[in-house]
Structure formats: structure tokens, C-alpha cells
Design a protein around this ligand. Structure first.
Ligand SMILES: NC(=O)c1ccc[n+]([C@@H]2O[C@H](COP(=O)([O-])OP(=O)(O)OC[C@H]3O[C@@H](n4cnc5c(N)ncnc54)[C@H](O)[C@@H]3O)[C@@H](O)[C@H]2O)c1
Length: 423
């Protein structure tokens, strides 16, 4: 029922893990004959705790590792492709192994024998929707009708791949259509993890979102450590250990995930000024924190981007733009360096003078701090009634609850807080 092509770290773990966690027979195929023979003897050619004993447990029973790909294709309804996607000379993902594997499979599929091809390899967003579907068509099949297509990014970490695979924290399925997504979802139904069925591009994007964030966190930490060396007198190990005691890494109510989320820029009293101050202090000690400079650049760029997005929705510069939210975050009336201040300035500078603002808590504070030539509404409803375009700038629960009414208008959800499915 399940086929897995390419038995490296990901593929071998996937094949053995499916044998362990599902009731389906699993077929795995590795094209490298030497590696295949090692695996067929029940040996794992790399170090992954938990994997060898489970490979030996299922090998020859629920898990078959045949010498030919024919047996796999014949016996599998859902085929996971786990081949390598190395970087090519220009730094692009080299998709040769993926294309070859797809062709090898498709050449063996009989007309009328519906199968779902699942790209588990990490591929750049849009690869499945463009290149994989194109390959399917080139081989004479119609995606969706003859062959299902999905992707299913893998988040396991080498060194604990077995535990990560059998106890995932989330399962992402990018689907060409519902039938493909449903078929893959059924395989994971007993894994006990939340399953997200998303578009093909979103599925691929989520994997890069995760990896680039991790890369950024590591580079950020390294940049801070280099700055500390320049400033001197700082115990970097101790400082980072204490940083990790912050309950936001795992606790409630504000989790670290709140920070790894897009919006219209960070604001408030701390992050902007502290980031800037650190850049200045480090530079004064002879070390340029370029990464942090970019962090502030991006914080400016996202404001300009949000202003342009809002302006594009307006029929003219006379349009009334309703601005929902003035505080820098929900649950606070703090308006110091609030991002919406820059959005208002951006819109005014672009010639949009009819701005109508509303905030459930921070209106008085905002008027006290700033003297912009804008109007203030008494309520959310008044703002919605009087505006042509809505710019949602603070994720207040009141606004989220009114998502449907907001979505009935032209709007920019600058906090990505409206649940698209319930709109
Ligand atoms: N290693 C990780 O920690 C990790 C984690 C998540 C995702 N990924 C992604 O998963 C994919 C696989 O990574 P990996 O580390 O397992 O790679 P790997 O190089 O260890 O394994 C790939 C295997 O596929 C085999 N192969 C290639 N073409 C084949 C074909 N046509 N038929 C059968 N076998 C074929 C190769 O011989 C190799 O053994 C990559 O896209 C990678 O980016 C890796």
C-alpha cells in the first residue's frame, strides 16, 4: 500500500516508521545497490538510534525492500519520494533525482491504476505545482484524475530521526486536490499529531519557513556572540543559558511562536530601540552587526509594503481608510513606537488624507501622543460603515471576532490574524 523511494535518512526512517505506526504493508526501494544490500541485511549505514532494531523487526514482514522498483510501484497506492535534493552550482535545488524517480515510477504505472505521488524531499515552493505536475503530464497522465499529487515535508532531525518521525509535532500535507490530500491524511491518521492540509506551495513553503528561521536564530546568536567578544566582559554561555530561561520559549500566555509570526513590523517601547541601541553600541566597539541592521531595515520595509498594499485597494486618494488598532499589540494601550504610527504617516505621505481610526483601548493614549490630522471613530461598526478600505493593524480579539464583517469589505489584514477558513 505504501511505497518509499530513496532510503537515506529520511526515506529509511519514513519506510520503517510507517511499518511501525500504520497497519499498511510498506515497500521501500533504494537504487544504490551497495546501500540496498546493507539494508536488506537489516543494517543501517548511518547512526540513528532506534532505527536498526525497528528495521530488523519489520524487515521481510510489514516492510519489504525489493531489488527492483517494479515491485514497489505494483504494490503501492501511495508513493513517497525521499530522494536527495542537493544544491547545484548556482545554489538552486538540483531536482534531477526527483525528476528521475518520478519518471521511473510513472513509466511503470498502468493506465487506470490511480496512485498518489508524494514529494517528501525538500523542494523549493512551487516545485510540486509546476515541475512535478508537468512531469506527470509528460508521462501521459492527468494530475488529479489519473495520478494524485501531494507533498509532505519532513521535519525530523538527524540523530533523533526515529523519535521525531514516530512522534511528530505536526504533519503537513500539500495537496494538488482533496482526493490526493485525503489519501495521504489517512496514512497519518493514527500518528496523534495535528494534520494540516494546505496548498502545494504552502506545504513546501512551511519547510523553508522552519529551516530559514532556525538558520536566522543561529546566525543571530553568532552575531551577538561576536559583538560580545568585541565589547568584552560578557560571559556568552551564561547569558544564553539565562536567555533560555525566559518562559516564552515554551510557556503561556505569550509563546515564542508569537514572535515567529508576520505582521506590520515590531514596535512598542523595547524591540525597536533596543535593537538600534545594540547596533550602535557594538559599532562603537568596532563590530558591525549587519544582521541586526537588516532586521531594522526589514521592519521599515514591511511598513512600506503594508501601506502600498492598502493604497492599492483604494479607488482614489479620497477613499476613507478605516484603521483598526492603534496600540502596538492587543491587550495593551501602549502606543509608543506603535507600527500603526508609521502606517498612518505612510498613507498621509502618499496623499491618502481620509483616515478613520479606532482602537478598543488605546484611542486616548494615541491622541495624547500623536497629533495626526485623522479622524477617530466611536466604534468598530462606525469604522466599518464609513470606510471603503479597512487596514487591520492590531490583532484585537474584537476585530478577529468581526472577521466576516471585515472580510465583506476591501481589507488588509496586516496582522494575518483573520481565520481565512471561517470568513
Ligand atoms: N537529512 C535530514 O535531516 C532531512 C530532514 C528533512 C528533510 N530532508 C530532505 O529529505 C530529502 C532526502 O534527504 P536524505 O538526508 O534522506 O538524503 P540521502 O542522500 O541520505 O538519501 C537519498 C537516497 O535516495 C536514493 N535515491 C536517489 N534517487 C533514487 C531513485 N531514483 N530511486 C531510489 N533511490 C534513489 C539515494 O541513493 C540515497 O540513498 C532531501 O530533500 C532533504 O533535503 C532531509
Amino acid at each position: 500500500m505504501i511505497g518509499v523511494i530513496g532510503l537515506g535518512f529520511v526515506g529509511l526512517t519514513t519506510a520503517t516508521g510507517f511499518a511501525h505506526r500504520t497497519s499498511h504493508p510498506v515497500w521501500g526501494y533504494e537504487k544504490d545497490a551497495a546501500r540496498r544490500q546493507v539494508l536488506q541485511r537489516g543494517e543501517v549505514p548511518f547512526h540513528e538510534p532506534g532505527l536498526p532494531e525497528h528495521l530488523r523487526l519489520y524487515l521481510g514482514g510489514k516492510l519489504q525492500l525489493p531489488d527492483s522498483i517494479e515491485a514497489l510501484v505494483k504494490n503501492s497506492r501511495v508513493i513517497f519520494i525521499c530522494v536527495g535534493t542537493p544544491a547545484d552550482e548556482q545554489g538552486k535545488a538540483d531536482l534531477t533525482f526527483l525528476r528521475d524517480a518520478l519518471r521511473e515510477v510513472l513509466r511503470l504505472v498502468q493506465p487506470g491504476d490511480y496512485k498518489v505521488l508524494v514529494v517528501k524531499s525538500t523542494v523549493p515552493p512551487s516545485t510540486t505545482a509546476t515541475q512535478v505536475t508537468a512531469t506527470v503530464r509528460e508521462c501521459g497522465f492527468e494530475p488529479g484524475r489519473d495520478i494524485g499529487i501531494a507533498n509532505n515535508p519532513e521535519f525530523l532531525r538527524e540523530g533523533c530521526s526515529w523519535e521525531d518521525f514516530i512522534h511528530p509535532d505536526r504533519i503537513v500535507i500539500g495537496q494538488y486536490d482533496d482526493r490526493s490530500g485525503e489519501t495521504v491524511e489517512k496514512i497519518y491518521q493514527d500518528f496523534g499529531a495535528p494534520i494540516a492540509r494546505v496548498s502545494l506551495n504552502t506545504g513546501e513553503y512551511i519547510k523553508y519557513l522552519s529551516n530559514t528561521l532556525l538558520a536566522t536564530l543561529i546566525s543571530y546568536s553568532n552575531e551577538m556572540a561576536m559583538a560580545a567578544d568585541h565589547i568584552g566582559g560578557i560571559d556568552v554561555r551564561q547569558a544564553f543559558r539565562i536567555l533560555h530561561q525566559d518562559r516564552r520559549w515554551s510557556g503561556q500566555p505569550a509563546k515564542m511562536s508569537t514572535y515567529a509570526y508576520p505582521g506590520c513590523g515590531f514596535g512598542g517601547y523595547c524591540l525597536p530601540k533596543d535593537t538600534q541601541a545594540f547596533i550602535t553600541q557594538s559599532a562603537a566597539h568596532g563590530f558591525e552587526t549587519d544582521g541586526l541592521r537588516r532586521v531594522l531595515d526589514i521592519n521599515r520595509e514591511i511598513r512600506a509594503h503594508t501601506v502600498a498594499k492598502t493604497a492599492r485597494l483604494c479607488s482614489s486618494q479620497e477613499s476613507v481608510i478605516g484603521i483598526l488598532g492603534l496600540s502596538f499589540k492587543p491587550g495593551s494601550d501602549d502606543v509608543r513606537d506603535t507600527p500603526v504610527k508609521y502606517l498612518i504617516e505612510g498613507l498621509l505621505n502618499a496623499g491618502y488624507s481620509k483616515l478613520l481610526a479606532y482602537d478598543p483601548l488605546a484611542m486616548a493614549e494615541f491622541r495624547r501622543h500623536y497629533r495626526y490630522p485623522i479622524e477617530y471613530a466611536e466604534s468598530l461598526n462606525e469604522t466599518l460603515d464609513r470606510s471603503e478600505v479597512i487596514l487591520l493593524a492590531t490583532a484585537w480579539p474584537e476585530f478577529i471576532a468581526a472577521g466576516r464583517t471585515i472580510a465583506a469589505k476591501k481589507y488588509v489584514d496586516a496582522r494575518f490574524c483573520l481565520d481565512q477558513e471561517s470568513l
